[in-house]
Design a binder for this molecule. Structure first.
Ligand SMILES: [Zn+2]
Length: 338
């Protein structure tokens, strides 16, 4: 094959090379160790002696020329492939981002946690009792006897003649006192059930019971603890007052009011003009209840309180219908994102 036809083929074939793979095959065919241009070099031994020098120079020129064209092509393909890769991997920073929405705690869970934190700081343990209770734990041993009128105060969901959905978290007191001797300092959070439904009542709601049994426990201890509690939950300015009340399991019994955190006590729609908001009930544990749990009432005394968790959430967040807390309306719940 003569030099001119190799040069013609070289140029024509190089023009057809489009990518790195083709370029590598092209290299092997022409410029590799067994390639055509090296072949021209090898031809030198068949050239008459006097023409060898001129022939060698000519082949070298072809080789330099071929290498030059090859280098240009290599550069061109390199740029082309880089551009294609940039195009392929291009990031459009103007595209809308993909959001993964994070959830948040339900307001009742947040309030419950907040309440537990306050009382845990005072040394309370947590106990959770069963939601299905028997008459004995829910009523009788809490001094709510069979014919006691206060049974009518609580519209009970009875399951059998003896079993019921607990109407309060107070049976937790009995279970704790059965299991443990004083000193006792325990919180019993949980769901309770009553046949009752309107804007501020729901057939299911949650309570947090508190029980302290030790020597020399008085109503002052109760007021001190609850005062701390409302200050931590509502505001440092919040004040508490106790009003006499009646529960069969406490004697004396009190309703606890907190000074209105909206108007500061001047009177507004939230506090119905009184300056005070009722938040919970409690009292000194009735000696009969202690004795029902084999605790010596001449040595020990106790205090107990029950807080409606929904009520606290409604007051704190300004929620006007308790049902909102159970509907699981995402738009409503999103408002409580921390
Ligand atoms: Zn007010």
């Amino acid at each position: 094959m003569n030099m001119d036809s190799i040069k013609n083929d070289y140029q024509a074939e190089l023009a057809l090379v489009e990518d790195a793979q083709m370029l590598s095959a092209f290299w092997a065919k022409y410029l590799g160790k067994t390639g055509l241009i090296q072949g021209l070099m090898n031809e030198i031994r068949n050239i008459p002696k006097e023409e060898k020098k001129a022939y060698g120079q000519a082949v070298n020129e072809v080789k330099t020329w071929a290498q030059g064209l090859y280098d240009e092509k290599k550069e061109e393909i390199g740029c082309k492939e880089m551009a294609a890769r940039y195009e392929r991997e291009k990031v459009d920073v103007t595209l809308p981002a993909k959001f993964t929405e994070a959830g948040n705690l339900h307001p009742l869970t947040s309030i419950k946690n907040e309440m537990i934190n306050v009382f845990a700081g005072m040394g309370f343990d947590i106990f959770e009792g069963p939601e299905i209770e028997d008459d004995d734990h829910n009523f009788t041993r809490l001094n709510v006897l069979k014919d006691h009128p206060s049974r009518d105060m609580q519209d009970t969901f009875w399951l059998t003649e003896d079993l019921l959905l607990r109407t309060h978290t107070s049976p937790g007191q009995i279970r704790v006192m059965d299991a443990k001797k004083p000193p006792i300092k325990v919180l019993v959070p949980g769901k309770v059930f009553r046949s009752d439904s309107d804007a501020t009542h729901s057939p299911m709601f949650s309570q947090m019971e508190g029980l302290v049994v030790d020597e020399h426990i008085t109503l002052c201890d109760l007021q001190g603890m609850l005062d701390q509690f409302v200050k931590a939950l509502f505001s440092d300015e919040a004040k508490t007052r106790l009003r006499p009340s009646y529960f069969p399991f406490t004697e004396p019994s009190v309703e606890v009011d907190v000074s209105c955190f909206k108007c500061g006590g001047k009177g507004c729609s939230l506090c119905k003009g009184t300056g005070w908001i009722e938040v919970l009930g409690g009292g000194i544990v009735n000696n009969k209840v202690l004795e029902n749990c084999n605790i010596d009432s001449s040595k020990y005394s106790g205090l107990a309180f029950g807080i409606g968790i929904e009520r606290i959430a409604m007051l704190k967040y300004g929620i006007n219908h308790m049902g909102k807390l159970f509907e699981n309306d995402i738009e409503f719940l999103k408002q409580f994102k921390a």
